[in-house]
Ligand binder design. Structure first.
Ligand SMILES: Cc1ncc(COP(=O)(O)O)c(C=O)c1O
Ligand SMILES: [Zn+2]
Length: 413
């Protein structure tokens, strides 16, 4: 277990005591998200390539010595993390790169990478003796929080836009959350949740507000590095909405660098939908602050026009010499069956966007032939089957007799 040393504002550098329930920097407002920093020299004695090689923990808690959780009893029994990293040889050949890896984070308990954040977030809620937790979400953070809150016997208040896919809303209800379906977009949902959290004092699991959640997400990067024998890929591709996952990926690699476990940070390439691309616009336009804009894409989880964790996300891209790319809804839909058929990984639209972004970048020749690339699949395809159905044809319909079947199967037999 690790005790964070300080919380530090990403914009002005002001430092805060991790013992207090601080969310964002009061001087910088909600844009001033906080980094969770440790005494890395001290941590080196507890976590190294050697300790990890001897650790049999097959969850994200194998990185507990660099996670901000003080008491082991606050860790829930759900099995989060240590998801598979598949080598996709045929895709690597097809797109002309040396190696392609696919990290299947849809394998987490509630079906998305968000479980990494919830695992840490709920442990912190218990540590701070909170009885109710809340978040606004496009859907996955919500379904994740509701599952974890249920196991921890905490009350959860979950705000989702009315456009959230049915499977995600079903998950919330099944886990017993108080579900508030907001008649508005994600931005309006976020603002209503923020006002409610302030009014009723619930523990805030919004990832762009609560600094500890990015710490959970960073473990995805740590796993990629470890699963590749600490020989980090040249490029990591990840879908971007609010900017929390990409910030977590950068933090994971930079913590490993601070600990002397890896020697460099991969280039991190964020992928946004063409219809919701404020971070792409900021990187392309060389802006220091993100301009909020519209959000219109089939990929509901990244349908975010006002990315709340923009400061950390921009830093992740710039400090890693990475980039941002955009993909159309058509490219996202086409990526779903292609990824599934060539790797076995069924991704929801937002999660397939990272693969769509990889394809686009590789085709334009921006990824060298010697490059090793990891694509993160952030959510399971079963989360949104109505979009998945738009990406494929129809099944064959047949009367229940063999003659009829023979007619229908004629093209193949
Ligand atoms: C499946 C999936 N992919 C990507 C994202 C984008 O993550 P972030 O909002 O942290 O940028 C989300 C967020 O909801 C998600 O659920
Ligand atoms: Zn500040």
């Amino acid at each position: 277990m690790a005790k964070p040393e300080i919380l530090k504002c990403v914009l002005c550098g002001r430092e805060f005591d991790p013992g207090s329930l601080t969310y964002t920097c009061p001087d910088c407002g909600p844009d001033g998200t906080l980094d969770v920093l440790y005494d890395y020299d001290e941590a080196k004695s507890r976590i190294s390539r050697r300790t990890l090689s001897e650790d049999r923990t097959n969850t994200l808690w194998r990185y507990r010595e660099i996670l901000p959780v003080a008491e082991e009893e606050n860790i829930l029994p759900l099995s989060v993390g240590w998801t598979p990293l598949y080598r996709a040889t045929s895709l690597a050949d097809e797109y002309g790169i040396k190696e392609l890896f696919v990290k299947d984070d849809g394998r987490n308990p509630t079906g998305s990478l968000k479980d990494r954040a919830s695992a840490v977030g709920i442990a912190k809620a218990l540590e701070f003796r909170q009885s109710s937790v809340a978040c606004a979400s496009t859907g996955n953070a919500a379904s994740s929080l509701s599952g974890f809150a249920a196991v921890a016997c905490l009350k959860s208040f979950i705000f989702v836009p009315q456009s959230a896919p049915a499977a995600k809303v079903a998950q919330l209800l099944v886990y017993g959350a108080e579900v508030i379906l907001v008649k508005g977009d994600y931005e309006e949902t976020f603002n209503l949740a923020t006002a409610a959290i302030e009014k009723w004092g619930w523990y805030n699991r919004n990832c762009a507000i609560n600094p500890y959640l990015v710490e959970g997400k960073k473990t995805c990067a740590m796993e990629i590095a470890e699963q590749l024998g600490w020989n980090v890929p040249d490029i990591v591709m990840v879908s971007v909405g609010d900017g929390c996952i990409i910030s977590g990926i950068y933090k994971g690699f930079s913590d490993l660098l601070e600990l002397g476990i890896i020697g460099s940070i991969p280039r991190i390439i964020g992928v946004q939908a063409e219809g919701a691309s404020p971070l792409f616009d900021a990187v392309n336009g060389g802006l220091t602050k993100v301009k909020f804009g519209p959000a219109d894409t089939i990929a509901d989880s990244i349908s975010v026009g006002a990315p709340r964790n923009w400061a950390k996300a921009l830093r992740a891209v710039r400090n890693s010499r990475g980039d941002m790319v955009t993909v159309s809804d058509r490219e996202i839909l086409d990526a779903i069956p292609e990824l599934a058929r060539k790797t076995g990984v069924f991704a929801e639209p937002a999660a397939a966007a990272s693969f769509a972004g990889f394809k686009k970048t590789a085709i334009t020749g921006k990824i060298g032939t010697e490059a090793r690339v990891a694509v993160i699949v952030t959510g399971n395809g079963l989360k949104d089957i109505s979009s998945a159905r738009k990406s494929v044809g129809k099944p064959l319909e047949v009367e229940p007799n063999i003659e009829e079947l023979s007619k229908v199967l004629k093209p193949w037999i």
